[in-house]
Design a protein around this ligand. Sequence first.
Ligand code: TRH
Length: 376
Amino acid sequence: METHFPSPAPLRWDVYCHVIDNWGDVGVTWRLCRQLAAAGHSVRLWIDDASALDWMAPGTRQGRWPGITVHPWPRTDPSARPPAQLPSADVLVETFGCHVDDAWVAARLPPQADDGRPTLWLNLEYLSAEPWVERSHGLPSPLLHGPLAGRTKWFFFPGFTPATGGLLRESDLLTRQAAFDAAAWRSARGGHDGPWVSVFCYEPAALPRLVQQPALGGARWLVADGRSAAAWRTLVPTTPAAARVEVAPLVPQDAFDERLWACDLNLVRGEDSLVRALWAGRAWLWQLYPQDDDAHHAKLEALLAWADAPPSWAAWMRALNDVPGTPPPALTSAVLAEWSALAQHLRQRLLAQSDLLTRLLAFVHRQRHAGAFAAP
Ligand code: TRH
């Protein structure tokens, strides 16, 4: 079991989440809150729409998670002020540039914490394998004007290399994985002889082509409820006779992880489920959150370069992300085996690095002890 960077004392964290759409904002934020609490910190999650937590982390509103309290964040109400009776924070985290109002920051985050050390204001950014991430990770943004002039906001970028903020990984992940019995998981769901495929995607035009691939003719398809199941109904008119398709219910994050550990191929999307597929170490394909200017294509190429992607895998990833080009090659059992080996290799590469929480705690520790204006 990995030990996280020792913080001299547990800190009080205010973590802010604006749910834009889908579940990645809340999914990543919740994993961060859980991991902070598991490391002994006290966490207040301020969120403008907590509804997805009801299935992703049941019991949140009933106080089931020690160390975490969930608070409504009236983000769009300029007159709203935080409850006065709550102690101020030592660290304030804005996730994905969600921007906390100046007056709110001033009220929640005094320049100095109770222990006399500087408080810290961080922005946890989106995940990307692009090279600029290494240059941007840990940069300060000093505020020169307005009510917060003289304060500094720091940018913390997750990433795939040691020079970035790393990836979220629970300290008990390997223990949980070692105790997991994929065969028992499958037989509890009625068993199936062919490969198992988990589908969590947007609307990839290449989905019907994937379904017809030789390695997947007799697959059991577990299609996540919601947008993925709707996409399947629209895009996949027919499935091979030996295939079996079902809508997989939305389940808590830990159970979703187990689904990925049990399947032979995981189609994942966005940000958090990509990381979970990496930790699962089963063959996977990724559909990125589509952006109007095709910025996601550069993100995809960066990931393929980081992974040293073999041609068949790169071609399928490009097809699933609507990158123009030649159609992907047949997905045979041999190709699937090659992807599985690659997934294992990437998992090992990442396991050899420290995780995001370890790097975040080290960063906070350094800044608090060096003074808030020191370079990272
Ligand atoms: O839901 P997403 O498409 O979120 C996306 C991305 O984060 C993207 O970067 C962002 O810009 C966009 O939203 C607005 O995919 P993602 O990131 O994988 O988040 C899904 C979360 O839902 C993840 O934490 C796993 C969780 N989940 C479960 O816990 N149980 C389930 O049954 C399913 C299907 C998902």
